[in-house]
Design a binder for this molecule. Structure first.
Ligand SMILES: Cc1cc2nc3c(=O)[nH]c(=O)nc-3n(C[C@H](O)[C@H](O)[C@H](O)COP(=O)(O)O)c2cc1C
Ligand SMILES: Nc1ncnc2c1ncn2[C@@H]1O[C@H](COP(=O)(O)OP(=O)(O)OP(=O)(O)O)[C@@H](O)[C@H]1O
Length: 145
């Protein structure tokens, strides 16, 4: 049984998320997803959707076998519990795979770290672009009414 861990914020789901999770699942038998805590999303605007709801939506996807909120204090804590064979990193996640592997090894975790490509299909494929479109479209509609 090969366990794979995928991670992310998942604030407003889109086809890029589905692609990342499907590609991650293909690498093993069981897909575990760690959803970022509200308090830890500091590298971009804070999520619109609260963490419990982001978790609920990720958990409902058919590719996902298990999903949980991450730790607020120590990102390696859930990894120590899950003991994945593979950890996938999305194309725009800020982690350097080599450095991450070194940090994991220091904690006695020897998972493989695999980078997943970006989704090349049609439609909105970033949470930010969906939010920008909502603001643009709905603000104009409100002004027109
Ligand atoms: C191996 C690994 C473990 C992580 N564990 C946690 C965690 O326990 N808690 C958390 O809030 N974020 C955790 N994260 C970070 C986020 O889930 C997410 O990757 C980060 O916020 C940047 O991704 P984004 O570009 O999807 O927002 C982890 C990331 C990685 C790579
Ligand atoms: N278009 C995409 N193609 C492939 N993977 C993606 C795509 N968009 C997001 N992912 C991956 O899905 C996971 C969760 O992404 P995240 O929640 O940061 O979404 P996002 O759309 O990139 O957000 P934002 O637009 O706010 O930066 C990350 O591993 C990320 O790399």
């Amino acid at each position: 049984m090969k366990r794979v861990v995928a991670t992310g914020t998942f604030d407003i789901l889109h086809p890029g998320h589905v692609f990342y999770l499907e590609e991650s699942k293909k690498l093993g038998d069981e897909l575990h997803v760690i959803v970022a805590r509200d308090a830890n999303v500091k590298h971009k605007p804070r999520p619109v959707i609260p963490e419990e709801q982001r978790l609920m939506m990720v958990r409902a996807l058919k590719t996902v076998d298990f999903a949980r909120l991450g730790s607020e204090k120590d990102m390696f804590e859930p990894i120590e519990e899950i003991k994945p064979d593979i950890i996938t990193i999305g194309f725009n996640q800020y982690f350097d795979t080599g450095k991450l592997k070194d940090q994991l090894n220091e904690r006695g975790i020897y998972s493989e770290v695999v980078k997943i490509n970006d989704y090349k299909g049609q439609g909105f494929s970033s949470s930010r672009s969906i939010m920008q479109q909502i603001l643009k479209q709905r603000c104009n509609e409100t002004l027109e009414k």
